[in-house]
Every structure is written in structure tokens, then in C-alpha cells.
Design a binder for this molecule. Structure first.
Ligand SMILES: C[S@@+](CC[C@H](N)C(=O)[O-])C[C@H]1O[C@@H](n2cnc3c(N)ncnc32)[C@H](O)[C@@H]1O
Length: 277
């Protein structure tokens, strides 16, 4: 796993367990050692920035999509938010739930078909948390992921997601990268370390984006763009998009008349009949 970017991937999408996302093999292997990677070390700064940008306060209902071991969800719950974390990797869901603070709940699920009730005050998806990790790298379907996240918001609710920057990736292409120009998906072959000194090779597929693509996807999902910035993990800032920072951070707001279908089940915002995390 590279130090600056949050990736994905097993040996190949074709040899993974039937129906599983390729990231699950990586999560099973790396386990808690995921939190040793440098890009996970700036959680406090990221959460402080997001609390302000998303207008969160005690009691806000937040959905963390592709939550991994729950570092943002747990930090937000510690600040008094009610957080539901969703991740496709069972191992990460178990790690997230283990010893989680009051107010944080975790569930296994797919970002494209979120197992949550709508009306969250905010949705976050950080370090390619489901957005930008295509299950089928030949046909990225991040539009479905963004639609599902927008549908989980109450009207006026806010979304913050990060996506890997195409500009940065191409400008700083490394020997281990193979960038597919027609899909915008980068394949990186990398060595991942577990916590016991073990190493394994993984292929990581990351769908990369330009600022214009993110704006267009956001509009199609019924989101008004409030901000779009170039950021580095652990150093979120309101910096105009450039080619020197690895991630783009999109801040959007669900417009009242969104065309989106509403999803089923867990958690959710302000309706009294909804099950709380
Ligand atoms: C690089 S990790 C980021 C985790 C966390 N957001 C963070 O910032 O540390 C990407 C996460 O997205 C999850 N993921 C990938 N595709 C997903 C999908 N379709 N639905 C739900 N989770 C997904 C992976 O299992 C993994 O935990």
C-alpha cells in the first residue's frame, strides 16, 4: 500500500471469492495493521475539518461509507455524533465495532446498495471509501455509489467524499502504476504488510477523477457543490484544485427536489420511527 494514497485490491478481480469485492481479501490480510499506514494518521485533523465543513454538532446523524476499521466514525461518535459505519469488508466492520464509543454502530454492506434508512444529516466517504474502488475495474460504477450516498441524506444534508486525483496520478506516475486512460482507473501492484511481519502482493484498482468529473457526477446525483478542494490525507484544507495534491475533497448538499430513490434499513436521521445507531 502506498503511503500517500488509500488503495484497494486482491490478486485479480477474477480469482476472488464469488460475490466478494476484491478489497475484502486485502482487509482479511492486513487487519488492524491497516491503521499503521501513514495515510490513516491524520484522523483528528480530518475530523476537525469535516465537523466544520459539514456543520456537525452533538446529535448529528452521520453515515460513514466504506468506513474501514472506523477511524472517522469512532472519532465523530466521540464528539457526540450518532454514526453508522458501512463497509463491505467483514473484518474491518468487526474491528470498527470492537470497543467503539457509544453512538457508533457498524454494519456490513455495499456502498452501491446502502443498507440504511435515509435522512442522515451528513454522509462521508473518505480515502476511497467505496467511491473510487470499482468492484469491476473495467467498468467503474461510482455514479451508483454517489447516487446511493445522496439518497441517504435528508434534503439539505451534506456529503463529503474524497477521490484520487487523475491529475496527480498521471503527473506522478510510478513504475508500479498502470493507468488506464479510457476508464481513469489506475492499477498498482504493491506489497501489503500485516501486523505479524507477513507480506503479500496485491493489485489495487483506484478510479481517479478530475474536478470537472466530480462536479458532473455530483449534479447528476442531485447534489449542489459547496466546495471542491485539493487535499492530502491528514491535511484537509480549502485549497483550489491543483495537480500537486493526491486527493480531491468534494463537499455537496442534497437539494430538496432530488430525483433519488430512497434506500432501505439501518440507522438514519431525524424521523422518530427510525432505529438509532
Ligand atoms: C482505503 S479504505 C478507507 C477506509 C476509511 N474510510 C479510511 O479513511 O480509513 C477503503 C474502504 O472502502 C471499503 N469498500 C470498498 N468498496 C466498497 C463498497 N462497494 N461498499 C462498501 N465498502 C467498500 C473497503 O472495504 C475499505 O474498507
Amino acid at each position: 500500500m502506498s503511503g500517500s494514497a488509500a488503495p484497494g485490491g486482491s490478486s485479480s478481480p477474477g480469482d476472488r471469492r464469488t460475490g466478494a469485492h476484491w478489497f475484502e481479501d486485502l482487509a482479511d490480510f492486513v487487519g488492524p495493521a491497516y491503521l499503521r499506514y501513514s495515510f490513516t494518521k491524520g484522523t483528528d485533523q480530518e475530523v476537525g475539518f469535516l465537523v466544520d465543513a459539514l456543520g456537525l454538532s452533538k446529535g448529528s446523524h452521520v453515515l460513514d461509507v466504506g468506513c474501514g476499521p472506523g477511524r472517522h466514525a469512532r472519532a465523530l461518535a466521540a464528539r457526540g455524533c450518532k454514526v453508522v459505519g458501512v463497509d463491505i469488508a467483514e473484518r474491518f466492520v468487526r474491528l470498527a465495532a470492537d470497543g467503539a464509543p457509544r453512538g457508533a454502530a457498524f454494519v456490513r454492506g455495499d456502498a452501491r446498495r446502502l443498507p440504511v434508512r435515509p435522512a442522515f444529516d451528513a454522509v462521508i466517504s473518505l480515502c476511497q471509501g467505496g467511491f473510487g474502488l470499482p468492484a469491476d475495474p473495467s467498468a467503474p460504477d461510482d455514479d451508483s455509489v454517489l447516487d446511493a450516498m445522496a439518497a441517504a441524506l435528508r434534503p439539505g444534508g451534506r456529503l463529503a467524499l474524497t477521490a484520487f486525483s487523475s491529475y496527480f496520478l498521471v503527473r506522478h506516475l510510478e513504475d508500479s502504476d498502470t493507468f488506464e486512460a479510457s476508464t481513469g482507473v489506475n492499477l498498482e501492484r504493491t506489497t501489503v504488510k500485516d501486523g505479524e511481519g507477513g507480506e503479500s502482493e496485491f493489485d489495487l484498482w483506484t478510479a481517479c477523477y478530475t474536478p470537472r468529473e466530480l462536479r458532473m457526477l455530483a449534479a447528476a446525483a442531485g447534489l449542489r457543490v459547496l466546495g471542491l478542494w485539493s487535499v492530502t490525507p491528514g491535511a484537509y484544507d480549502r485549497r483550489s484544485p491543483d495537480m500537486e495534491h493526491p486527493e480531491l475533497l468534494l463537499l455537496g448538499e442534497r437539494v430538496a427536489s432530488s430525483r433519488l430513490p430512497e434506500g432501505p434499513q439501518v440507522g438514519g436521521g431525524s424521523s422518530p420511527e427510525r432505529r438509532r445507531p
